[in-house]
Design a protein around this ligand. Sequence first.
Ligand code: ATP
Ligand code: MG
Length: 414
Amino acid sequence: MAARVCLVHYHEVGLKGKNRAHFEHILMDNIKAALAAFSVNAVSRISGYILVTFNEHQADEAARVIRTVPGVARVSLAYHTNRDPQEYCAAAVKALREFGSFDSFKVHAKRSNTDYELTSIDINRQVGEVLCEAFPDKKVQMHDPDAMVHVLVVQGSVYVYARSERGVGGLPVGSAGKVVTLLSSGIDSPVATWMLARRGAVCVPVHFSGRPQTPDTSEYLVQDIIRALEPGVQIGRLYVVPFGDCQREISVTCPSNLRVIMYRRIMYSVAERIAHIEGAKAIVTGESLGQVASQTLENIMAVNEAVKIPVFRPLIGSDKQEIIARAEEIGTFDISTEAAPDCCTLFMPRRPETHAKLDAVHEAWELFDHEEMIERLLKQTEYIDFESNTYKAPKTLKRKHSELAPREIYQDHE
Ligand code: ATP
Ligand code: MG
C-alpha cells in the first residue's frame, strides 16, 4: 500500500538565491523540532520540496503541525508509490476521493528527472483516464478546476496528492537574527511576537510583572502563551522582571499623569539592556496607533527616545478585530483574556497623559535615579528556559550568571 507522507512547499525560502540551502536546512531543523512528538522517519529535500516520512500513520495529524511552522507555504498530504502506473493511478483515485467536494478536476504531472519513459503529458493522460473512470460524474476542466491531482515523479518515486493546505508562510525562525519582545499577557504582544517569529526572528520575550505588589498570575499566563505558540514557534527563554516596587517608587516621585510614560521608559531601557546581553538587534512591542490613551504618536515618541535600539511595532496599523482574529488563530486569545493584574494595571493614574510634552517628560525622568533603577531591575531579572532548537543562550550571561538569578522552571499551575 502507498505510504502517506507530507510534502512541504516553501515560497520565500526558495527566493533566497545562494542562501537557499542554508534556509532549507533551518526550515528542516524547525520542522523536525516541531514534530518531536511524532514518530518521524526522515525529513529530507526532494526537488524543491521538503519531504517528511513517518514510521506510523501520522501524516494527517503532523500536517496540521507543520502548517504552523514559519517558512511553510503549504503542506500536501501525499501518497508515496513506486513508478508502477497501477500503483500511482490507484493513489490518484484515493487522493481525489479524499479531496472533499468538487465538480471538476485536472491532473498535473511533473517529472524532476527525465529518465522516466513517460512525459508529463503522457502521465496526465494516463492518470486522467483512470480518474474519469473512477469518477464518471465529474468533469475534466483545464482552466481553474475545483480539484487538482498532482503527480510528482522524483527518481524512483512518485508522489501523488490532491489535498493541500496553506501554511503560515514567512521565513524559518533562526534565519533573521534575534529580537527582544515586550510580552504582556494581553492580546496584542503575543501576536506581535508571533509576527516577528514568522519573519524568521528568534524571539526573546521580556515580561514585566507587578510582583511583589501584585500576585504573579501574569507570569504564569505569559508562560502559557509561550506554550500555546509551540510547537510551530519555539521560544527558548523568557525574562521576567519584577517591576512592582519600582512602579511604586515612580508613582510617589513623578506627576501622576506621566507615570505610565515613566514606567514604559524604564521597561524599554531594561529591554534594551537585555537585548544587548542577548545580542538581539531590536525591541518589539504590540502597540497599535491610538488603541489606548498611551499609544498616541506623542507618547510613543516620549517613550521611544529613551532607547537607541530600533523598536518594531508590527501591529501599529492593525485594527483590534484583526489582531483578535490572529490571536485566535495562533491559540493565544483565550489565555490573553484571562484576567491577571500585571504591571500595567498597577498604580494607574486617573488621567494618564495622552499627548506628552517632551520637556515635562524629561523633567519627570530626572525626578528619580532612573539609571540606578534600570541597574537594580536588571539584577533582579529572572529567566525561565524552554525547549527550543533555535535559541542560543548568550555567552556573556553564562559568565555573569549571578547577575540574573535563574528561577525554577515552572511546570504546572492551576
Ligand atoms: P497588550 O495587549 O500587548 O498588553 P495593550 O493594548 O494592553 O497591549 P499597552 O498595555 O499599552 O497595550 O502595552 C503596549 C505594549 O507594551 C504591549 O503590546 C507590550 O509590548 C508592552 N507591554 C505592556 N505591558 C507589558 C508587560 N507587563 N510586560 C512586558 N511588556 C509589556
Ligand atoms: Mg496590556
